[in-house]
Design a protein around this ligand. Structure first.
Ligand code: HEM
Length: 408
């Protein structure tokens, strides 16, 4: 495979990320994939082939430090997402030990939450539902706030902050000065909010995840106050800004493929492979980043030590060298080792939770919405290119029935 210094890599990347292409960046990703490893004008590297991305996700020489020149956060104050071993592994073990047991056995509760959100709409008359505002967003927000022990009355306040902060994940050169200042303000407000919450919980611990992280007992060192705050921030943002897109992207593809929607209505087991296919075909996290700790040979080229690397997860997911007919949505695709949750040591900790939320939400929509159709296709998208998804998803329906067992 030829890979080289291609001056147009910068243009191709910019085009793929341009807002006007947000509804369908995939043809642009396909252009990028023609050279799976490309150097950009600023010396950073774009990796868009499945095999190459996977190789980097599993290569200890590829550091999770994004080397973002705008990132003024000191290294010690970055979350585990941006740390390398051994600190990463210690932090991850503590988080996993506290997070996983609290998530297990949550399916019934998730079903109740989804039911409650849709019950607000139950009606025999034609109506409209904004799937983002009324289901896809509030579900994961409530779940992560409950898990962590964020008081219900703070959900709205925190939700606003999460939205403002997510924009900060996008490449700096796509943001205005004012947006960057706004980001700093939002970061300051987040720190203040989280510190308040930590102080409260220190004197008044409960069974929640925050208390668990704070008083964790085990062979690993306890999180220091800064790590506690950034871990809490990471979990809250991850809980707010990713699953929403999985549910919304899933709804969108179901409504565009009524035959698949009809299958899901009668076969709830389809939900498992179907959600995996959404994670491949239209993943909520489109891009991740790394940096090279040493020279790395990849697809016949060498990424020099010290380079920034962008991993185009969503492009890798449609690599025809890895997936048959990659642009087609195949709800029961058999072999589906997608990159939607990343891979290697940073593989998403929330994957099980996100999968369960999406499976339950999409199944409930399929069962309860009668004759649903998209009001606008494509829907309006959020500004964000990295955590990408619809801003609103208006669905018109003839009836929204009370919950009933699946038709057999
Ligand atoms: C559909 C929803 C989600 C998607 C698509 C997603 C995707 C990802 C991806 C791609 C990574 C790896 C990033 C990298 O390697 O650079 C990641 C890491 C992570 N995710 Fe998720 N995520 C989702 C939901 C969640 C939820 C609900 C939580 C927890 C509340 C969560 C917590 C984390 C954490 C803590 C990491 C860092 C793990 C590490 O660095 O070791 N995620 N996620």
């Amino acid at each position: 495979m030829t890979t080289s210094t291609t001056p147009s890599a910068t243009d191709l990347f910019a085009r793929a990320l341009r807002y006007e292409n947000r509804a369908d960046p995939y043809p642009h990703y396909a252009e990028l994939r023609r050279h799976p490893v490309m150097r950009m004008d600023d010396g950073s590297w774009l990796v868009s082939g499945y095999r190459e991305i996977r190789q980097l996700l599993h290569d200890p020489r590829s550091s999770a430090d994004r080397l973002d020149p705008q990132n003024k956060i000191p290294k010690a104050a970055r979350s585990l997402l941006m740390q390398d071993p051994p600190l990463h592994d210690q932090l991850r073990r503590v988080v996993t030990q506290e997070f996983v047991p609290r998530v297990m056995g949550m399916r019934d509760h998730l079903g109740e939450l989804v039911g409650r959100l849709l019950d607000a709409h139950t009606s025999d008359r034609p109506g409209q539902l904004d799937v983002v505002a009324e289901l896809a967003y509030p579900l994961p927000v409530t779940v992560i706030c409950e898990l962590l022990g964020v008081p219900r009355e703070d959900e709205a306040l925190f939700g606003g902050l999460a939205r403002r902060l997510t924009r900060g994940l996008d490449p700096v050169d796509t943001q205005t000065e004012e947006e960057l200042r706004e980001l700093d303000r939002a970061r300051g407000e987040l720190v203040q909010y989280l510190e308040g919450l930590i102080i409260q919980r220190r004197t008044n611990p409960g069974n929640d995840l925050l208390s668990g992280l704070m008083f964790h007992e085990g062979p690993d060192r306890v999180l220091d106050p800064i790590q506690l705050r950034v871990t809490l921030g990471l979990l809250l943002i991850a809980g707010h800004e990713t699953t929403v897109n999985l549910i919304a992207n899933g709804t969108l593809v179901l409504l565009r493929n009524p035959d698949v929607l009809a299958r899901l209505r009668t076969d709830p087991d389809l939900a498992t492979p179907l959600v995996e296919e959404v994670l491949r075909h239209d993943p909520p996290v489109q891009i991740s980043g790394r940096s090279a700790l040493a020279d790395i040979d990849l697809a016949g080229t060498t990424i020099p030590q010290g380079s920034r690397i962008r991993l185009m997860l969503a492009a890798g997911n449609r690599d025809p060298h890895r997936f048959e007919d990659p642009d087609r949505f195949v709800p029961d695709r058999r072999e589906n080792a997608h990159l939607g949750f990343g891979g290697g040591i940073h593989y998403c900790i929330g994957a099980t939770l996100a999968r369960a939320e999406a499976q339950i939400a999409l199944t409930a929509l399929a069962r309860r919405l009668h004759a649903p159709r998209l009001v606008t296709d494509p829907p309006p998208y959020r500004e964000n290119a990295i955590l990408r998804g619809p801003e609103h998803l208006l669905v018109a329906f003839e009836r929204l029935t009370p919950d009933t067992p699946p038709v057999s």
